[in-house]
Design a protein around this ligand. Structure first.
Ligand code: TIU
Length: 264
């Protein structure tokens, strides 16, 4: 175990059981002309967390711990996008409409891709999700169970929408959740602050919050222990899952989606 100074109190990080989930660091949310801007937002705020998020990802990779990426996007035929969601955004630049980065929030289009600085490497899971939460209608639960994960560190965008929704889903499923507070951002500064305050309130009712540097330092400190525990448990490493397609390697060109699962 490694102790990380966190809000509302120290987080006991288990280096053998922790994974990082990077939520929706896609061009559609971070760059002009995508879904985020179509909703009336200034996307510049979100670009500022790319360096801290890259440091966090590098820390997990260096420690040999899983990095899982999510992308909010829909099938080209929009069969996984409910009418209530389709009707959001400015007319002419809604989900499925053509934009400067291709069809907005559609799987396989340039806008749905993760920004180059944070691109997945071979062996990392990429979960395409039709909702705000990453557990809804995806295979995420099954992958985390197969990897022996009990703790999740969260980064990505936006704090009060997809990050908070996924963190609440994870908390209800029994995961210990820690948000990296300088590797997450909202289009609204006050919403980010409020979301994190809500997460850590009432004795970590949803989870903990800590800066990237503290998390990376904790991971590095616990690395030796992780290797020992992992060996003893015969833990499955990312990329070691079977050939049934349950964990596909991300290609450097276009990460393969895990697909729509059983909604566990
Ligand atoms: N609009 C907004 O703040 N967020 C989203 O629509 N999706 C995510 O947070 N990824």
């Amino acid at each position: 175990m490694a102790t990380i100074a966190a809000r509302p109190f120290d987080f006991k990080l288990d280096p053998a059981r922790v994974a990082l989930i990077v939520i929706d660091m896609q061009r559609d949310f971070l760059e002009p002309g995508g879904f985020g801007e179509s909703l009336g937002n200034d996307v510049a705020r979100l670009q500022a967390i790319v360096p801290a998020t890259a440091r966090l990802i590098a820390g997990f990779r260096a420690a040999g711990r899983p990095v899982i990426h999510t992308r909010e996007c829909h099938r080209p035929d929009l069969s996984d996008c409910p009418p209530a969601k389709l009707s959001r955004g400015a007319p002419g630049s809604r989900i499925g409409d053509e934009g400067p980065m291709g069809r907005i929030l559609i799987s396989g289009e340039p806008g749905a891709e993760i920004v180059p600085e944070l691109y997945p490497i071979a062996g990392e899971l990429v979960i395409d999700k039709p909702g705000k939460g990453a557990f809804y209608a995806t295979d995420l639960s099954a992958h985390l169970a197969a990897l022996g994960i009990t703790q999740l560190v969260f980064a990505g965008v936006t704090t009060e929408v997809c990050v908070q929704t996924t963190m609440r889903e994870a908390n209800d499923r029994g995961f210990e959740c820690l948000i990296a507070e300088d590797a997450t951002e909202s289009y609204f500064a006050e919403f980010k602050r409020a979301a994190i305050d809500m997460i850590v309130a009432q004795g970590a009712i949803v989870g903990w919050a800590a800066p990237v540097e503290a998390i990376v330092a904790g991971l590095a400190a616990g690395e030796g222990a992780a290797a020992t525990a992992s060996d003893a448990a015969g833990e499955i490493a990312p990329g070691d899952l079977g050939s049934d397609g349950s964990a596909r390697a991300a290609s450097p060109v276009s990460p393969a989606p895990i697909g729509i699962g059983a909604g566990v």
